[in-house]
Write a protein that binds this ligand. Structure first.
Ligand SMILES: C[S@@+](CC[C@H](N)C(=O)[O-])C[C@H]1O[C@@H](n2cnc3c(N)ncnc32)[C@H](O)[C@@H]1O
Length: 258
């Protein structure tokens, strides 16, 4: 029988359990990366196929945002603050323009590239409201100041930012009766974080919603979810992968080019 009172038993067990968890995560990450790489297709080809003119407009928006945000990025660099770079701007702009969603939910704002993409498209649509969830990045001084730092002032009208962390923010955002048509998940990349988001948002998904998830190579959550949805797309982005799924994707592809 195991002698649980033997000195050193508990630290050894804790270490073994820790190794098992880390090894399990590592194995899952490798499998998720391999799956994403196998599924991946070029976003430009996909966008062109769905609506070439709108994809070009989206690429134009991404270029002009990068240009206009340059001074703010420079300020961040000079202050030694790294909030991460742009991710999937064309795709989010494109989906917001083509779906014309009444309500968009995003998690993970940081400097606000994805936020700017959705708000930029909403401005052209002349409709829509964006709810964003984030929390201050505690390793920098005055962190609230930098959330959404690159979001142009003139786009902020339809934006509601919540900064208490996803668990508390989603309680505030997803009220009874709230329906969301486009969701972008880019905050807590752990299995637990992603599963919480998918479960918590489920009663609030609009009939033809689309879910976009960043960094799907981190674990199998996107694959598991997407395979229940039928259609999904995976796009490579700077060595990482973005996943897109939901009934709105099938609807979009059915009507593409008509
Ligand atoms: C990759 S960045 C988001 C990048 C952003 N989408 C963009 O395009 O600029 C991830 C963000 O998620 C936030 N975050 C991480 N875990 C979170 C949580 N549990 N709740 C809310 N925000 C979280 C981080 O503070 C960080 O700002």
């Amino acid at each position: 029988m195991r002698n649980f009172t033997r000195p050193g038993y508990l630290p050894v067990m804790t270490h073994k359990m820790w190794l098992r968890i880390v090894w399990g995560h590592d194995r899952e990450r490798k499998a998720a990366h391999a799956w994403a790489a196998e599924q991946a297709e070029d976003a430009d080809d996909w966008g062109d196929r769905i609506d070439g003119a709108l994809w070009r407009e989206s690429a134009g928006f991404a270029r002009s945002l990068a240009e206009s945000a340059r001074p703010r990025v420079q300020e961040l660099v000079s202050a030694g603050i790294d909030l991460g770079g742009p991710g999937g701007i064309e795709l989010l702009y494109f989906l917001t323009r083509i779906l014309r969603p009444g309500t968009v939910l995003e998690t993970g704002v940081a400097a606000g590239w994805s936020t700017s993409a959705v708000l930029g498209a909403m401005k052209v649509n002349g409709a829509g409201r964006l709810y964003s969830s984030d929390f201050p990045f505690f390793r920098i001084p005055d962190p609230e100041r930098y959330i959404g730092y690159v979001v142009p002032e003139e786009l902020k009208g339809p934006w509601k930012l919540h900064i208490k962390g996803d668990r508390r923010n989603l309680e505030e955002i997803l009220l009874p009766g709230t329906k969301v048509e486009l969701l972008h998940y880019d905050s807590d990349k752990t299995r637990k974080g992603r599963e919480f988001f998918l479960l918590r948002s489920r009663p609030h998904l609009g009939e033809n919603h689309i879910i976009v998830m960043d960094d799907i190579q981190d674990n199998m959550v996107f694959r598991e979810y997407a395979e229940t949805q039928g259609l999904y797309r995976v796009f490579p982005y700077e060595g990482k992968f973005i996943g897109v799924t939901g009934p709105g994707l099938a609807a979009l592809e059915r009507t593409a080019g008509k």
